[in-house]
Design a protein around this ligand. Structure first.
Ligand SMILES: [Zn+2]
Length: 233
């Protein structure tokens, strides 16, 4: 199970005294659940180094259907892909699932700082690399695995990233996360609830039996956990 011990793993990995000087250029913010950090095809105004909370990167199709392509917590910087390759926008929107506490700096300032600091650039490159590997696993998972095992996988990863056993999510949000119809999500959540692996009341999902929920999750949970573990190793 991946559970960072520090506030933001990327910041923590920066060498001193550079870390203190870098932090002095940032402000600490709290951002409520439901906030869109940046829209698809929009250059983000800020970059956020999350210290607690959870965001999802979601891609929507022209017919309105949506699926999650990434789940980020305090392991790195958001956005990350936008910082490399000379393209400051992409197909995903980024939305806050669990209230964020984060250090933030203007996106353009972080880009300039990456040109000045080789160590910062290297850590951000590693962050992008790991997240790209996680994305490829999630892409296959979204296509090949059933809603029930994907829901179990998502809840376990959300738990590992936040340290919380419960999360508030509407059925619409859950359907978007899983790229499934609401009825499919209702059936999946109902099946996990009947097996007493989770409780689900008024949008609050709580993990009741972590070990058995791991058994119910697809193999992607283990693969993604291993990728989160030793993130900058
Ligand atoms: Zn899977």
């Amino acid at each position: 199970m991946f559970r960072p011990q520090i506030e933001n793993l990327l910041l923590q990995t920066l060498p001193q005294p550079y870390r203190d000087s870098f932090l002095s250029h940032m402000e600490e913010v709290t951002i409520p659940a439901g906030t869109v950090l940046y829209e698809a095809e929009e250059a983000p105004r800020y970059a956020w180094f999350i210290t607690s909370g959870l965001v999802s990167k979601m891609v929507s199709m022209s017919d309105g259907r949506t699926a999650e392509v990434g789940l980020c917590g305090n392991e790195g910087v958001v956005p990350s892909w936008h910082l490399l390759g000379g393209m400051s926008h992409g197909p995903a929107r980024c939305i806050v699932h669990v209230e964020l506490k984060a250090w933030r700096m203007p996106f353009s300032e972080l880009k300039k700082e990456m040109d000045r600091s080789a160590v910062l650039r290297q850590l951000i490159e590693r962050c992008v690399h790991r997240r790209s590997m996680i994305l490829s696993q999630i892409a296959a998972c979204n296509r090949l695995h059933g809603a029930e095992e994907r829901l179990a996988r998502w809840l376990l990863t959300a738990h590992d990233l936040t340290g919380h056993n419960s999360v508030m999510l509407s059925q619409g949000f859950l359907a978007d996360i899983l790229g499934s119809r609401r009825t499919t999500v209702t059936l999946a959540a109902g099946a996990l609830r009947r097996r007493k692996l989770i409780s689900y009341r008024r949008g609050q999902i709580q993990i009741l039996d972590h070990r058995r929920l791991e058994d119910a999750a697809c193999e992607c949970y283990e693969t993604v956990s291993q990728l989160f573990e030793n993130f900058y190793g």
